[in-house]
Ligand binder design. Structure first.
Ligand code: UDP
Length: 453
C-alpha cells in the first residue's frame, strides 16, 4: 500500500557517478517510502532517466561539459562540477523553493563532494544534509591527515608503501586514500574544504551499519559535532530498490540465465566498478588466471576498463575455446541481482564501497584488487579487520590469481572466511529490523528532518 505523503518535499543532488548515484537514489527511495515527496536535481553529464523513477520529480541543470570533452581524471571532473554547477544549481533551487504549487521543501540532501552547496543553501536558508557515498573509515581518516603529513606518511613515498602506519594499524602507507595524480596539494585542499563544509552541515548520512563500522563511526562522531546517521545498507532497507534501476549503462540480462546453469556457490563474479582502469598486461593476467582456475566465471569488462581498447580485442584468439563454456563476459551486469544468485561463490572486486557492501550483504567472500581512492582502505578492512576476503597482495599475476581463487573456493582458509562473511550478512539483516541500529538511525533522521522549520 502506498505510504501517505507527509506534506514535505526533499531535494536530492547526486554526484553524477554510478557509485554515488546508486546510494543517493536508494536513500531517496527509502525516504519516499516514509512519506516524503522527492525532487532530484541532476547534471546533464551522466544524466538520469526519469522514467526509471516515475514517483520522483527530476530537474536537469547544465554543467557545461561538452560531449566530446575528455573527462578521464575523476578529481578534475569533481573540481569542474564544483566550479560550473554553482550558478545553475542556485537558479534551479531558487525556482523550486518559490514553487507554491508543491509541498514545502524540508531540506536539501546533497553528495558531500559538492562544496558550493554550502553557500547556496545558507543563502537560501535551506537546511543541508550530506550523504557520504564512500566508506566511513575513509572519511574518519581525514582528521588524521595533519598527523600523517607531520610523520611523513603523506605524500606517499614509494620506499615506504609497505610500511604499516602504526598510528592507524592495520593500514599500510599504500592503503592511504591519497590521489597523487596532479600533486598532493590540490588533494589536501579538497580534503580540508570537505571537512569544513561537513562541519557546517545539518547532518551526515553514511551507507553503513554500526556493527560493521562501529569504530570509524565513533571517530566521525567525535570529530564532527553534527548528527551522524548510519542507516545502511540502503539497498536492503527498501524492499523494491533492486527493481528501480539507476544504472547509467544497459545491464546485460544474459548473466542471470547463464548463472542459472551453474552449480551453487561455484562462480567467480569479477567486476571492477564504473571508473577503475587496468592496463593490458593486467587484463591478460586476469583472463589467464580465471581460465587456468578451471572455475566458472562471470566477468564484467566495461568498455573503457582497459584505456585505449574498445572491449575484448586484447584477448588472444582461441581464448574463448579454452574455456569450454566456463566463462561468460558482459559489458555491464545487474550486480545486486548477480550477487544474490545462488551460483555465486566469490566476488573479485576493486572494493568500491557499494560493491564491498553489496558483497557483504549477500554473504559472498571477496578477492580484493583495489585501484584508487578509498578502495585500498576498504580492501584492508575486508582482508585484515573483518577478514572476509583475500587481497592479491603479490600482484595481478596468473599464478597468484589461481592460488587465491583456490584458497577461497577449495581450502580451509576459504571456509573460515565464508563463515565470517555469512555472520556479517546476518548482522546487516538484523540492523534493519525494528529495534536494529539502522532502523533506529532512519527514525532519528526522519525526526531530524521534520524538526526543520
Ligand atoms: N554495478 C552494476 N553493474 C556492474 C558493475 C557495477 O550495477 O556491472 C554497480 C554496483 O552494484 C555498485 C556500483 O555499480 O552499486 C559501483 O559502485 P562502487 O562503489 O562499487 O564502485 P565505483 O563504480 O564507484 O568505483
Amino acid at each position: 500500500m502506498e505510504q501517505l505523503r507527509n506534506g514535505k518535499r526533499l531535494i536530492f543532488f547526486p554526484l553524477p557517478f554510478q557509485g554515488h548515484i546508486n546510494p543517493m537514489l536508494e536513500l531517496a527511495n527509502i525516504l519516499h517510502s516514509k512519506g516524503f515527496s522527492i525532487t532530484i536535481i541532476h547534471t546533464s553529464f551522466n544524466s538520469l532517466n526519469p522514467s526509471s523513477h516515475p514517483h520522483f520529480t527530476f530537474h536537469s541543470i547544465h554543467e557545461g561539459f561538452s560531449k566530446s570533452g575528455t573527462l578521464k581524471d575523476t578529481l578534475l571532473v569533481i573540481s569542474s562540477l564544483n566550479a560550473n554547477c554553482h550558478e545553475p544549481f542556485r537558479g534551479c533551487l531558487t525556482r523550486l523553493l518559490s514553487d507554491v504549487s508543491k509541498e514545502p521543501v524540508a531540506c536539501l540532501i546533497t553528495d558531500s563532494v559538492y562544496d558550493f552547496t554550502k553557500s547556496v543553501a545558507e543563502s537560501l536558508k535551506l537546511p543541508r544534509i550530506l550523504l557520504r557515498a564512500w566508506s566511513a573509515s575513509s572519511f574518519a581518516i581525514y582528521a588524521t591527515f595533519p598527523l600523517l603529513r607531520e610523520k611523513g606518511y603523506l605524500p606517499k613515498q614509494d620506499s615506504r608503501l609497505e610500511e604499516e602506519v602504526t598510528e592507524l594499524s592495520p593500514f599500510k602507507v599504500k592503503d592511504l586514500p591519497l590521489i597523487n595524480s596532479d600533486g598532493p596539494e590540490r588533494y589536501f585542499k579538497i580534503i580540508a574544504d570537505l571537512e569544513d563544509q561537513t562541519k557546517a552541515s545539518c547532518g551526515l548520512i553514511l551507507n553503513t551499519f554500526e556493527d560493521l563500522d562501529e569504530h570509524a563511526l565513533a571517530t566521525i562522531r567525535q570529530n564532527y559535532s553534527i548528527p551522524v546517521f548510519s542507516l545502511g545498507p540502503f539497498h536492503k532497507c527498501y524492499p523494491n530498490s533492486s527493481s528501480t534501476s539507476s544504472s547509467l549503462l544497459a545491464q546485460d540480462q544474459s548473466c542471470i540465465s547463464w548463472l542459472n546453469r551453474q552449480a551453487p556457490k561455484s562462480v567467480i563474479y569479477v567486476s571492477f566498478g564504473s571508473v577503475a582502469a587496468i592496463n593490458e598486461a593486467q587484463f591478460l593476467e586476469i583472463a589467464w588466471g580465471l581460465a587456468n582456475s578451471k572455475q566458472p566465471f562471470l566477468w564484467v569488462v566495461r568498455p573503457g576498463l582497459v584505456p585505449g581498447s574498445d572491449w575484448l580485442e586484447a584477448l588472444p584468439s582461441g581464448f574463448h575455446e579454452t574455456l569450454n563454456g566456463k566463462g561468460h563476459i558482459v559489458k555491464w551486469a545487474s550486480q545486486k541481482e548477480v550477487l544474490s544468485h545462488q551460483a555465486i561463490g566469490v566476488f573479485w572486486t576493486h572494493n568500491g564501497w557499494n560493491s564491498t557492501l553489496e558483497s557483504i550483504c549477500e554473504g559472498i567472500p571477496m578477492i580484493c584488487m583495489p585501484c584508487s581512492a578509498d578502495q585500498m582502505m576498504n580492501a584492508r578492512y575486508v582482508s585484515d579487520v573483518w577478514k572476509v576476503g583475500l587481497q592479491l597482495e603479490d600482484g595481478v599475476e596468473r599464478g597468484n590469481i589461481e592460488k587465491t581463487i583456490r584458497k577461497l573456493l577449495v581450502e580451509k582458509e576459504g571456509e573460515e572466511i565464508k563463515d565470517r562473511v555469512v555472520k556479517l550478512m546476518q548482522k546487516a539483516n538484523f540492523c534493519l529490523k525494528p529495534g536494529g541500529s539502522s532502523y533506529q538511525s532512519l527514525d532519528a533522521l526522519i525526526k531530524h528532518i521534520l524538526s526543520f522549520n
